[in-house]
Design a protein around this ligand. Structure first.
Ligand SMILES: NC(=O)c1ccc[n+]([C@@H]2O[C@H](COP(=O)([O-])OP(=O)(O)OC[C@H]3O[C@@H](n4cnc5c(N)ncnc54)[C@H](OP(=O)(O)O)[C@@H]3O)[C@@H](O)[C@H]2O)c1
Length: 250
């Protein structure tokens, strides 16, 4: 049996790089997606120095040509893809009343359209895998149920628009891909890393990247009887344990 091959987008830092590290530690060949050659090379070097079979793939999720070239390269080099982690993401903008459409478009271009673009480009390769897994890195802030629950700790977070709504869209996108692919071995799930200390939130998160990557790695390595079409990961509650995991409401 040949090695499992995983592509992680936005793998040059933060949760994506740590996801690549943890998948690499399991003996999985990791294709580390990065839009910037130099940042990607540095990440590739660091991952390889730790023993991971990591290979840089230049990939800007907003550029159709870049995505097509990445898919062609994976096809030539590996002939298939077993795991796709749609991790690349950005956060911008303020509350609804102060949100301009440019900020909305910028965020949706990466967090929403980028995921569809990459997934559809990689699907022919994923269909060649005996048990492919797609993980869309979403967020609890995309859960309309959690965000409108006054008892949730999320109620105390600042009210944004572009980022949370992009993750709500991603949640539905996850559910619809899972529905379309339900009669295939491909499982499609959304991961909630929890509030993780990275550049995305100016390092204000309370979880480490090691913890933040756990949900993606779990969903990327689900057994054949695992779920498809769920949002799963860290459960943040006012009184509950700090390290609870499970399915979140949409
Ligand atoms: N941190 C949290 O608390 C948290 C919570 C829930 C969900 N998430 C999600 O977790 C994922 C990773 O975020 P993070 O916290 O690790 O943030 P991060 O440290 O800012 O990393 C984001 C990654 O995405 C890449 N990226 C941005 N735009 C891209 C594009 N157009 N094409 C390809 N890659 C692109 C970045 O590359 P560059 O270095 O080139 O910019 C970087 O590698 C995101 O989807 C985020 O929404 C994070």
């Amino acid at each position: 049996m040949s090695t499992t091959v995983a592509l992680v987008t936005g793998a040059n830092k933060g949760i994506g790089m740590e996801t690549a590290r943890q998948l690499g530690a399991r003996g999985i060949t990791v294709l580390a997606g990065a839009r910037d050659e130099q940042r990607g090379r540095e990440a590739e070097r660091a991952l390889r120095a730790e023993g991971a079979e990591a290979r840089l793939v230049r990939l800007d999720v907003t550029e159709p040509e870049s995505v097509r070239r990445a898919a062609d390269w994976i096809d030539r080099e590996h002939g298939r893809l077993d795991i796709l982690v749609n991790n690349a993401g950005i956060a911008r903008g303020g509350p609804p009343s102060q949100t301009d459409l440019e900020a909305m478009r910028e965020v949706y271009e990466v967090n929403v359209f980028g995921v569809i673009r990459v997934t559809n480009a990689m699907l022919p390769l994923l269909r060649r895998s005996p048990a492919a897994r797609i993980v869309n890195v979403s967020s609890e802030v995309g859960s309309i149920t959690s965000m409108t629950d006054p008892a949730s700790p999320l109620a105390r977070m600042p009210t944004g628009l572009a980022y949370p709504s992009s993750k709500s869209a991603l949640n539905m996108i996850t559910a619809m891909y899972a529905r379309e692919l339900r009669d295939t071995p491909i499982k499609v799930n959304a991961a909630n890393p929890g509030y993780t200390k990275t550049d995305l939130n100016r390092n204000s998160g309370f979880r480490s990247v090691t913890e933040g990557a756990e949900a993606s790695v779990h969903l990327a390595t689900l057994p054949d009887d695992g779920p498809s079409g769920i949002l799963w990961g860290h459960l943040w509650t006012v009184d509950g344990p700090a390290d609870a995991y499970g399915a979140l409401p949409w």
